[in-house]
Design a binder for this molecule. Sequence first.
Ligand code: UGA
Length: 443
Amino acid sequence: MKITIFGTGYVGLVTGTCLADVGHEVLCMDVDAEKIARLEAGEIPIYEPGLEDMVKANVGEGRLRFTTDPATAVAFGTLQFIAVGTPPDEDGSADLQYVLAVAETIGRHMTDEKVVVDKSTVPVGTADRVRETITGVLAERGQNLDFEVCSNPEFLKEGAAIEDFTHGARIIVGTDSERVKALMRECYAPYIRLQEKLMFMDVRAAELTKYAANAMLATKISFMNEIANLAERLGADIEQVRRGIGSDPRIGYQFIYPGCGYGGSCFPKDVQALARTAGDVGYQAELLGAVEAVNQRQKGTLFSKLVRAFDGDLEGRTIGLWGLAFKPNTDDMRDAPSRTLMEALWAAGARVKAYDPEAMGECRRLYGDHKELELVEDRAEAVQGADALVICTEWKAFRSVDFAWLKAQLAMPVIVDGRNLFEPEAVKAHGLMYYAVGRGDSL
Ligand code: UGA
C-alpha cells in the first residue's frame, strides 16, 4: 500500500517507519529541507530507542523515502496521514495552522481520490475543518474530486513509541465510510494481533477519545500526587498506599506513581486544550482545571522541599541535579519538572550542576548560556561538592547508588527525590537526609 505522511516529527517519523517496516511503501514529507536531508542520510532528529536502526533499514530497503516536494507527496499515497504539530497557542487551545496548511496542500495538488487521515492530536471538529479546507481549495481549482477525512489518533509514549505502535492497546479509526474502513484495515493488517484491536467509531468520538485518554491518565497522576502530599502530612507512606490501591483491578497499578508532576509534550497541552474546548461549548470542566492546578503545584514541590531543608535560604548553594528529561528514555524537556526547579533555584540565587544521560544537548539549547548552570559529564560530577542532590527523572542508571559514597561527595547530606527511587530507611541509615514524595516522615 502507498502511504504519504506529512510531518517528520515524533509521531510522523514513528508512524511512517513502522508502516514501512511491515512492507508498505511510505513517503514522508516535511517542509524543513535540512531535516529531510539529514533523514535521507539516516540521521534521526529525535532520541527514540530503536528508531534510528529501523529508519536506516527501511531506507536501505527502499520502502521509506523522504521528500520536500508537496506535489510528489500528494501524488504518492492513497492514504495521506497528517502528523504535524499542534502546539498550544496563548489561550491553551491547539493551534491548527500546520494541520490546515497540510489540508490546503492536499487540496492544491490532488488529482485523484484520497483518504486523509488525521493523526495529529486535534480538537473535536477538526476533521470537519480539514474537509472544508480541502473542499474550498478544490473549488478554487474548479475541481470536484472525491476524498474522505478520518481520524486515527496516536497513543505513542515517548521512549516506547515503537512498542506502542506495534503492540498498542487499540487502533482507533473515526469514520462512517466503508471505503475508509477497508483501507485502514489494509493499512494495519500486517499487525495481526493489533488488527483485532481495530475499533471503528464516529469521527468526533475518535477525536475525543484521544483527549479523554490523556486527560484520564493525567488525572490519575494528579490524584496520586494529591494523596502523596496528604500522606506526607499524615505520616503515611504513599508507596504502601500505592501498592494497596493498585491491587484493586478497577484502579490498577499503571500511572499511579506519585512524583514531581507530569511533563512532556502531551499531558500538559492536552489537558489544557480539552478544558479550552469545553469552555468553547459553554461547559466549565472543573476536574480538568484541578488536574492542571495540582500538577503546577506539584512541579514546585522539589523547590519547596529544598527551601525547607535549607531553612529558607538557598542563596549561594550548589544543587546537584540528576535527570533533566521529563521522563526516562527521551531527551525531551518540554514542560519538564526539572525546568521549574532550575528556574526557581536560579531566582533564589542558587547554582545548578546537572547531568542527564540523553538530554544534555537539549538543556544546552534551552539554557546553555545561563551563568548559574553547569552541565557535567556524569552523575558523580553532579554531586561532587554540591549542597544537595535532587532527582527529577527516574533513569535506570540512577537507581543503584552507594549511599556511603554519595554522602562523602555531598557538602551537605541532603537528597530530594522527586521519583521515590529509594527506601527512606536505607538512605537515612547512612546519615543522609532524604526528602521523597509522600513518604511519611521523610518530609
Ligand atoms: C503520553 C501518553 O502516555 C501516550 O499514550 C500518548 O500517546 C502521548 O502522551 C501523546 O499524546 O502523544 P508521553 O507524554 O510520551 O505519553 O509520556 P508518559 O509516559 O505518559 O508520561 C507523561 C508524564 O507523566 C511524565 O512526566 C511522567 O513522569 C509522568 N508520570 C507517568 C507520572 O508522574 N506518574 C506515573 O505514574 C506515570
